[in-house]
Design a protein around this ligand. Sequence first.
Ligand SMILES: [Zn+2]
Ligand SMILES: [Zn+2]
Length: 124
Amino acid sequence: MFFNNRLKTTGGRYHLQDHHIDINPKMYQVFGMPVLVGIIKHELCHYHLHLTGRGYRHRDRDFKQLLKQVGGSRYAPALPTTKAKQPTYLYICTECGQRYTRHRRMNTRRYVCGKCRGKLRQVS
Ligand SMILES: [Zn+2]
Ligand SMILES: [Zn+2]
């Protein structure tokens, strides 16, 4: 079993060819041990059933039954996607071209360029 950093959205993956299991380390970092164990159990169900020649796919009855027996998770919980970016506003000085990025809107009538006191224009 390996921790695989390339797994982005899935909790784990069982490789049919060489019978190894990749586990997304983020699942542990984000959700902790119980969730990680559930995912490992899930992947081990694939593993076990595949090796014993039974239905190892999600839709197979063998899989569903075994998963229930061992208490594995059906689905890995969704990982939080990358944090919503704070909106940023870009202002540019109409005189000298100096750029200013702000997380809040600036009143361009009240604020002028810090360098040349020129008028600012909102670009985005
Ligand atoms: Zn699966
Ligand atoms: Zn300026």
